[in-house]
Design a protein around this ligand. Sequence first.
Ligand code: GTP
Ligand code: SPV
Ligand code: MN
Length: 588
Amino acid sequence: MTNNIYLLKWIREMEELVTPEKVIWINGSEIQLENLRQTACRSGDLVKLNQEKLPGCYLHRTNPNDAARVESSTFICTKSKEEAGPTNNWMQPKEAYKISYDLAKGSYKGKVMYVIPYMMGPVGSRFSKIGVEITDSVTVVLNMAIMTRTGQKVLDALGDSNDWVRGLHCSCNLDPEKRYVFHFPEDNTIISLNSNYEGNALLGKKCLALRLASYKGEKENWMAEHMLILGVQKPDGEIIYICAAFPSACGKTNLAMLIPPEMYKEKGYKVWCVGDDIAWLRKGKDGRLWAVNPENGFFGVASGTSEKSNPNAMQVTKKNTIFTNVVQNLDDNTVWWEGMDKNPPSHALDWKANPWDGKTSKQNGAHPNSRFTSPAKNCPSLSEKFDDPDGVPISAIIFGGRRAQTTPLVYESFDWNHGVFVGSVMSSETTAAATGKIGIVRHDPMAMLPFCGYNMSKYFQHWLDMGKFIGNKAPKIFNVNWFRTDDNGNFLWPGFSDNLRVLEWIINRCEDKTSANKTPIGYVPFASDINIQGLDISNSQLDSLLTVDNDLWKKEVQNIESFYEKFGDELPAELKNELSKLKERLQY
Ligand code: GTP
Ligand code: SPV
Ligand code: MN
């Protein structure tokens, strides 16, 4: 399939290391993939679902100890610890390679070694990056074939170049004590051991497209960000493109696939999905910031997804989808998860394959981080720019997280540097997307805490530098919070499709069409400028959503100060300055 000497040499070395029974190169053909699906069903790695109701759909159950990303096992392995910075786990490359090779050695014995050439970004785009992942897991192959562009066309694009990312994935025995996701940004290499959960094992996604890409972007004047990309088509037909960075399980997929409320549809609004998780951003020929989605599919949260909250996502999962850790309904061999509807199956298997009766069981049937892997082209609202090699021009960047208090529904930063400050001090409640406690508020700068492949201080500086580089054509920066609650813990804002009402205000601000209330933290909407027509929401509720409570913000400043201490003298002066200005405005 290729004569690339670098690739062939590496494959030979890896073959000698892992000693498989045979090697299969993934050429991306439907015939080959169909064979692999059958193999996976025979081995029990996948369960074939009802092909009339869910054509092309399969169920994947992970080992129960392996159902989410493991941040404590994720390492950046640069020569100096300094390069990984204070927010990443670091290991010396030599030590990480030693651990890797000891675990990988002979671990494919009796198994097939799959070689997956894949591309992140549209084929033919000069921004795209090529990777090759070696795996012993057929479900990894099938997931990668959905999430990335794979096969012969990638090898053709690679030619004889040595500019590609080496990725080795070994299932080993899924021992959580020996689980590692190692990144070697200086060697363009990723090694993942002892996990088959997609977030740890699909090496093109968070590992390449965020951790290695962010490292590269810093050196090459571009950015790899944990952002959805969407286009809002206004009644006049113009489409405004927006990127938004929310931490894991905080609403990216939902916002990216938004369907406008009736009233907005009638006016002529449409929302187009370009991407739901990752954006690569560059300065375009026109001087503006342009975004490309490097992925080819969606790896979305199943739990909570319903016809009511996200009908587009439900549509996305109706065919050619791999479900991970959901309930299997044994009556008709379909799937179910908490939040899908109020009618759980009684005759079912839970995500661990134990018999489960949804009508009587007190335990959840699906894992809270249950997922779907679906082709992007399944999305009814997929943008026609999805495959555009240049991507789309960005008018606004939105940061956001899950905060029960403190952060208003939406506010606008005063300028780029202040916007970078706002992103750098983001915090959000932890979710089931990663192992560990849920609901703990933690700082997660730009939603990149688990995904930044280098020193976070340098990353902040890079954001500041990009602002200078783009100058007055830079997007405006906003912050949103869909998750503010009342005293009883109920969400104050309806969210989901109604988030378009907030996007409308954001677009109006970008187009200088509306004034705003200048508060110590930024520009907050006047209540009369958020359209709540048709919503069951009182004026006082809207007022609470837009309140900036000085006392809470003074506490927030203390949290920011202790978070910033991590970075010591390396924290860019601009951010220190923004913090002092915030304190002044709060009359600290
Ligand atoms: P990752 O794929 O892990 O990066 O998550 P994500 O950021 O794509 O989050 P997703 O859109 O899947 O949403 C995660 C959960 O957040 C869903 O199950 C929803 O329940 C909830 N959610 C999303 N949008 C809203 C919203 O506007 N309001 C409220 N209250 N909940 C929301
Ligand atoms: C996330 O956790 O942000 C995800 C899922 O999108 S994973 O691929 O596991 O990172
Ligand atoms: Mn998502």
